[in-house]
Design a protein around this ligand. Structure first.
Ligand code: ADP
Ligand code: ASP
Ligand code: MG
Length: 442
């Protein structure tokens, strides 16, 4: 069976929802995971923060405006009278619950409940669009099978069992539609897989049913060799290995949620990225096959904090790093980059929740300096550290202010830490140097 995932833009308008309908109108059973219509989750985040700030009138106005947009969409989408009535009633019930939330005390639970409505709306509307065309459709409510465990990882056993049960109960369906992004936590309370999480939903489902392939359909023709939001002349890559794609996604390539690749890699299930607006384009196939040599793609991750830890004894005495790492482990804070010298170690984190406590403990035996507003620029490719042209890359660094370099940690990655204010220039220079000059590229 295939699992398809369509992102916000793909379901963001009546025209695009009809494109999606055409794409999935092939023979055979399939699961279709949908995001909220583009802009909806952002609007819901705003509504939640207005409620939190007791800005009741503004929150109500925003809810009513969003309701109006949905009424118009439903009117344009569904012509069948009975189905139209059913969808409008559903939409109204969602917006009534949002209006009721305005006067409730704000909490994390209320926030997550508000955010879940985007995916609930898009999947309900889309399921009725397919029914209108006579397709056999069943909704697979994510809140009845998608769950995380104590470690905040997908509870794969629970997911598989409940997904199979739900699918058996609606055995006659050809198209199963599930909400991306939303799930229950270990206590059975509504939460989500973090922004962009619908990609991850699709691969978790793909692993649970041991899908033939998972396809992520979005608004671009596959994984590009650099971030197209910041750099001109980027090009789509026809193939990436799981490790390359995972590394790029983890280091900021927005096309994939950072954890998307893991469930596919574990079971060796192909992951394909395709463009809803241009279904004929090849897209990117991600498998365990590794090909090419040298730098293949570049990505950047923001909100990085660098911590310089200088041994007060002026020597990296043995056991020093152990003490440092134990503190990060205690506060469940993972380290992305690390470099050492004789007297100091510099490392980076992206989760600063416990920064104060971590710094406090480090200061008991070291001098600590913090740099924030940093970005990691990550270059990925097969055996890049051995590629004869790679050392030339360091010429480009003469023009950019680099705070840290990680070279050789793996054969397939070079990471640079730069000030976020220098990120754009760094990405653009690297693009020209690596891919346009032909001096370093494969
Ligand atoms: P969706 O709503 O379908 O999940 P996203 O906006 O999350 O779509 O992801 C697609 C977007 O990711 C693209 O439109 C593009 O701007 C951005 N992007 C960032 N880096 C890359 C990259 N390396 N390749 C392709 N797209 C990228
Ligand atoms: N709707 C959610 C978001 O905007 C999840 C997703 O689109 O993947 O983050
Ligand atoms: Mg996305």
């Amino acid at each position: 069976m295939l699992v398809y995932k369509f992102g916000g833009t793909s379901v963001g308008s009546v025209v695009n929802m009809n494109h999606v309908k055409d794409i999935i109108s092939t023979k055979g059973k399939k699961i279709v995971v949908l995001s909220a219509m583009s802009g909806t989750t952002n609007a819901l985040v705003e509504i939640s923060s207005l409620i939190k700030g007791n800005e009741t009138n503004e929150a109500e106005a925003k809810i009513k405006a969003l309701n109006e947009t949905y009424r118009k969409t439903v009117f344009d989408l569904i012509q069948n009278k009975a189905l139209y009535q059913e969808v409008i009633q559903y939409v109204n019930s969602i917006f009534e619950s949002l209006l009721a939330a305005v006067n409730q005390p704000h909490s994390v639970l209320l926030h997550n409940t508000i955010l879940a409505n985007g995916e609930l709306l898009s999947t309900f509307m889309f399921s009725r669009l397919l029914q209108q065309d006579g397709l056999k459709v069943a909704l697979l409510p994510a809140l009845e099978f998608m769950r995380t465990d104590r470690a905040n990882e997908p509870d794969n056993f629970y997911i598989k069992q409940n997904l199979e049960r739900l699918m058996q109960n609606t055995n006659e369906a050809d198209v199963y539609i599930a909400q991306g992004f939303i799930c229950l936590d270990v206590d059975g309370v509504i939460t989500n897989l973090e922004r962009g999480g619908s990609d991850y939903t699709a691969t978790i489902i793909g692993a649970a049913i041991e899908a033939e392939e998972v396809q992520i359909w979005t608004d671009i023709d596959g994984f590009h060799n650099n971030d197209p939001r910041f750099v001109d002349n980027t090009t789509a890559l026809s193939h990436l290995s799981y490790d390359e794609a995972a590394e790029l996604a983890y280091f900021g390539a927005k096309i994939l949620h950072p954890h998307t690749v893991m469930p596919m890699r574990a079971l060796d299930i192909p992951l394909r990225l395709k463009n809803t607006m241009d279904p004929e384009a090849h897209g990117t196939l991600i498998t365990n096959e590794v090909n090419g040599e040298g730098i293949k793609a570049i990505a950047a991750k923001d909100n990085i904090t660098a911590i310089k830890i200088k041994s007060v004894r002026m020597l990296l005495a043995h056991g020093f790093l152990k003490k440092v790492f134990e503190i990060f482990e205690k506060y469940e804070t993972s380290i992305d980059m690390i470099t050492t010298s004789e007297i100091a170690v510099s490392l980076t984190i992206d989760n600063t929740t416990h920064l104060e406590s971590i710094t406090g403990e480090l200061e008991k035996f070291a001098k600590v300096a913090i740099d924030d507003y940093m970005s990691i620029v990550c270059l990925v490719g097969n055996h890049i550290i051995y590629h004869p042209d790679t050392p030339e890359l360091f010429q480009v660094l003469q023009d950019v202010n680099v705070r840290m370099i990680a070279y050789g940690g793996s054969y397939n990655n070079i990471s640079l830490l730069v000030n976020t204010s220098d990120k754009l220039e760094t990405l653009q220079k690297l693009q020209r140097y690596v891919f346009e000059d032909n001096s370093v590229a494969v």
